[in-house]
Design a binder for this molecule. Structure first.
Ligand code: A2G
Length: 389
């Protein structure tokens, strides 16, 4: 969990015109302070990650090392890493496997050992390795190689790979077993933009391809549907709840991209909802799926703890409305149809209502819910051992 600049701040490099938004040490210091002071770190968001556009256009002439933009990072990345670490936050940095980053800055391909060492020297804790300007056929070797070089530095760094999405784009099926072995998380699909359409098409990709990608997620190796865009311009309150719920069903890395000084209180409450974060971070690490669609209501379900001694799971279940026809929509489901078949039933709580207890249900129960347009209702069904609540 953490924060990354790309979706909200893109490649703003003009600090004269946009002093508060340009990709600069000032932005990352301010964000680190807000992450801590506004309670996000306590809620679990622990990485501040610099995305593209932090580099000089050329490597150092003599050492060939990467150089941070001298105007925008005048104190250097070591000093920035220190600042971030002193506040108890971890430090992430972007690079690209190819000749150039997507925005045209130098990539690692011909200097992989040197760059891995430079990242370690800068006290980096998290590396995002993008895949622009690269040969997708070299990636199956190259991404594992860069991972080995990172490991060889002796500094533990989370390794985020954009390897599969570039292969998908060119019609090559990614090798998910290799991803699982070599990367801690990986980007499967499109970059997220600031709109509900963008959130929805990512959800559609993840559900349509779930049988292929879901089995490969687990502790230490995750599918990544891209950043949380809550707190920006594009999502309504209900759509914000929806993204947070679906991302936690997907066991997604929760990486916000927003202006933390501008997040409205009701949106901050969603981002810091500890019941939903607990679903996302559930120790079983099983990614959920979209299990049913009825009348444009999608049911997304994820097995979570507690697990009974006979192996029955508890579940987080999100009822996601893809309807836009005005009034909240009432719908009923027999719980057996949602694979909620534990003999003794479940206790149901409402995750967006402070985990309020709603009652005891069984597989024969007809469960009724009412969902706002483009909204979500999100429940936890805790499996019961003995039929009492
Ligand atoms: O480059 C790519 O589009 C990245 N996408 C995006 O997340 C961002 O880093 C951007 C910066 O130029 C992937 O990594 C799939």
């Amino acid at each position: 969990m953490g924060w990354m600049h790309w979706e909200r701040y893109r490649c703003i490099t003009d600090c004269n015109k946009y002093p508060d938004e340009c990709i600069s040490e000032k932005l990352f210091k301010r964000t680190t302070d807000l992450l801590v002071d506004e309670g996000y770190l306590d809620a679990g968001y622990e990485y501040v990650i610099i995305d593209d556009c932090w580099l000089e256009k050329e490597r150092d002439n003599v050492t060939k090392r990467l150089v941070e933009d001298r105007k925008r990072f005048p104190s250097g990345l070591n000093a920035l890493a220190d600042y971030i670490h002193k506040r108890g936050v971890k430090f992430g940095l972007y690079q690209d496997y190819g000749t150039n980053t997507c925005a045209g800055y130098p990539g690692v391909i011909n200097n992989m050992a040197l760059d891995a060492q430079t990242f370690a020297d800068w006290d980096v804790d998290y590396v995002k390795l993008d895949g622009c300007y690269a040969d997708i056929n070299q990636m199956d070797e190259g991404y594992p190689e860069f991972g080995r070089l990172l490991n060889r530095t002796g500094r533990p760094m989370v390794y985020s790979c954009s390897w599969p999405v570039y292969q998908e784009y060119e019609g090559k099926l990614p090798n998910y077993e290799a991803l699982k072995q070599h990367c801690n998380l990986w980007r499967n699909w499109n970059d997220i933009d600031d709109s509900f359409e963008s959130v929805a098409q990512i959800m559609d990709y993840f559900s349509k391809n779930q049988d292929r990608i879901q089995p490969h997620a687990g502790p230490g190796h995750w599918n990544d549907p891209d950043m949380l865009i809550l707190g920006n311009y594009g999502l309504s309150y209900d759509q914000s709840k929806l993204q947070m719920a679906v991302w936690s069903i997907l066991a997604a890395p929760l990486i916000m991209s927003n202006d933390l000084s501008a997040v409205r209180p009701e949106i901050k409450e969603i981002l810091q909802n500890r019941h939903i974060i607990a679903v996302d971070q559930d120790p079983l690490g099983i990614q959920g799926k979209r299990i049913l669609i009825k009348n444009k209501i999608e049911v997304w379900s994820r097995p979570i703890t507690p697990v009974l001694s006979n192996g029955e799971y508890s579940y987080a279940v999100a009822f996601v409305s893809r309807r836009a026809d005005g009034a909240p929509y009432t719908i009923k489901f027999k719980l057996a149809d949602l694979n909620l078949t534990n003999a003794r039933g479940y206790s149901v709580t409402d995750l967006y209502d402070n985990n309020r207890y709603l009652g005891h249900v069984k597989s024969s129960t007809v469960f009724e819910t009412r969902i706002n347009p483009n909204g979500v209702m999100f429940y936890k069904f805790t499996a019961l051992q003995n039929g009492r609540k």
